[in-house]
Design a protein around this ligand. Structure first.
Ligand code: PLP
Length: 443
């Protein structure tokens, strides 16, 4: 007897089943295991008293989100939650007011399935302003239930079984299950941590090129990046652009942290590079920029033909995103430029508040240039791995963080890393810092 998908983060994140055995994600055969579906099905059905096992083969290849499980653990142990990336402070008053006004004004029925006109117009206007891109709001935008739905709708719209999708790792954990659900095979390319203080996460050009071949359908690119905080430079984006053109590949870019930038870094949309607008789907949303992760409003912007396909998938998955919150989205996108400057500056203050506390407690921090997470190295504490460490941290120290392994295909690659989110009030970061003092003794 074996289990299908462990809830315990100490077990591997992605699982495959073969010959009645459970293979962890570090089994190199994971990516080819889909060829073994008949054997998997046989193995799974032996679990059940029913002749049919009722579960899809796809769903048995991944676990629940480790990040969101850490939030539940934080609640269980009363720990300070620096695991999941949601702000614990108020959303801007103007956009809450706009949401109330929309509800009072009876914008309470389905919006146009691919998005309220006001919001689509605002998205197109701002992409023109921020990235100098001409976007047709009637033909090139699909508003979804968060960028999460925009990503899975896009992958479902473009991938066939056997297509490959290139993903940099460590990666935002949704991309693994998203690939499985869309039938695509992920090809991971390593981002390597900075070697020295103040350095950047880098990738090897040859390794990236080797991941592209005739089966490559798309590359998923997340910049500014979760979990590393890397902001891809123009030179790096041009290199990726050239490969996309050479191998006829689509870029699917998750730009949800576009306004959260530090140290003079610049966000460049892949679609704004020459030759890329007709082979890029740009994904974004309200969650992070406007501190409304619970509203579930995001969007995918792409060429008309791909947008039509995304709209079909989106329509049958969810029909539409919340109508009054889309109107509030249009108001949010009309906030003045100072709003974005303040947003980034406030996050810089929080980053610079948390990092010294982590360093004093014994973590080695990889300085993020964007987004609101800091990846750390936990070697100094002498734990067997990241999962053992985060268990101790949440239960005995009282701080929840995310084990690094949840961002890698092979758990061993993240065994020395842990991610902290700093999208929190300064008081929350102070409360965490106080608890982290307990760790000093273990150094
Ligand atoms: N993409 C990245 C890189 C994220 O870090 C997150 C949330 O943490 C999301 C997407 C989810 O965004 P949304 O709330 O728009 O679904």
């Amino acid at each position: 007897m074996f289990v299908l998908a462990h809830r315990d983060p100490s077990t591997a994140h992605l699982l495959s089943l073969r010959d009645s055995k459970c293979f962890a994600q570090d089994d190199k055969s994971f990516l080819t295991s889909c060829a073994n579906l008949p054997a998997m099905a046989e193995g799974i059905s032996s679990l059940s008293t029913s002749k049919k096992h009722f579960l899809s083969d796809k769903v048995s290849q991944f676990t629940e989100s480790v990040i969101r499980d850490m939030t539940r653990q934080a609640m269980l142990y009363g720990a300070v939650n620096l695991a999941q990336g949601f702000p614990d402070f108020a959303a801007p008053a103007e956009i809450k007011q706009a949401a109330r006004a929309a509800i009072d004004g009876d914008v309470n029925q389905y919006a146009i399935t691919w998005g309220a006109k006001n919001l689509r117009n605002a998205i197109a206007r701002q992409m023109g302003l921020w990235q100098e891109m001409a976007v047709d709001p009637e033909k090139e935008i699909t508003v979804c239930c968060g960028s999460t739905e925009a990503m899975i709708s896009t992958l479902l719209a473009v991938c066939n079984a056997g297509d490959e999708v290139v993903i940099f790792e460590p990666f935002y954990e949704n991309y693994g299950p998203d690939s499985v659900l869309s039938g695509a095979r992920p090809r991971f390319v390593k981002l390597r941590p900075p070697m020295s203080e103040g350095g950047e996460w880098t990738f090897d050009e040859k390794e990236l090129r080797a991941a592209f071949d005739k089966h490559t359908k798309a590359i998923i690119l997340n910049t500014p990046n979760n979990p590393t905080g890397k902001v891809f430079t123009r030179a790096e984006l041009e290199l990726i652009r050239d490969l996309c053109i050479e191998f006829d590949v689509l870029a699917i870019t998750d730009e949800i942290y576009e306004h959260i930038l530090y140290d003079g870094t610049e966000h460049i949309s892949m679609a704004s590079l020459e030759g890329m607008q007709d082979r890029t789907v740009t994904i974004n949303g309200m969650s992070k920029t406007y501190s409304v992760t619970g509203w579930r409003v995001g969007w995918a912007v792409g060429p008309e033909k791909i947008t039509n396909a995304i709209r079909k998938v989106h329509d049958f998955l969810t029909v539409g995103a919340p109508a009054p919150l889309q109107e509030a989205g249009a108001a949010a996108l009309s906030l003045p430029a100072e709003y974005y400057a303040k947003l980034a500056e406030r996050y810089r203050v929080r980053r610079d508040h948390l990092m010294p506390a982590l360093e004093a407690a014994g973590f080695r921090c990889f300085r993020p240039r964007g987004a609101y997470y800091v990846m750390t190295d936990i070697s100094a504490f002498g734990f067997a791995n990241d999962v053992e460490f985060t268990k101790y941290l949440v239960k005995d120290v009282g701080v929840a963080a995310v084990p690094g392994s949840s961002f890698y295909r092979d758990a061993r690659d993240g065994a020395r890393q842990v991610r902290f989110a700093f999208c929190k009030k300064l008081e929350t970061l102070d409360a965490a810092a106080e608890k982290l003092e307990k760790l000093r003794a273990r150094k």
